[in-house]
Design a protein around this ligand. Sequence first.
Ligand SMILES: [Cu+2]
Length: 123
Amino acid sequence: MNLVIVNSAGLIAIGLIIWWFWLSKPRARAETGAKPIEIIVDQGVYTPSRIEVPVGRPIILRFLRKDASPCAEKVLFDDFGIAVDLPVNEPTDVVIIPKAAGEFEFTCQMQMYRGQLIAKAKR
Ligand SMILES: [Cu+2]
């Protein structure tokens, strides 16, 4: 009798674990989809400078500018008509929804810093 109770408790625990993972997985995936992509702005380069993203979904690019020189003070996405000030050491989010596949440049206002956003259609 005791053995049966232990077994059912074990089964319930296993069931709960499975249930937890089934339920939590889609949620975790949704969060990853909207997870910010961090880009360090320092020494004349964006790191990373090539960023692959899916088409049609909001992309959060979180710029962290470490370079105090005025060269780094803005980031421009000409194709999207976006120009954003980047305060030093303050993470700044830029939200973009690529509507079509393609390569989109982002630069500082003097075009010394350069990066590419590569939007790919997901199949
Ligand atoms: Cu510059």
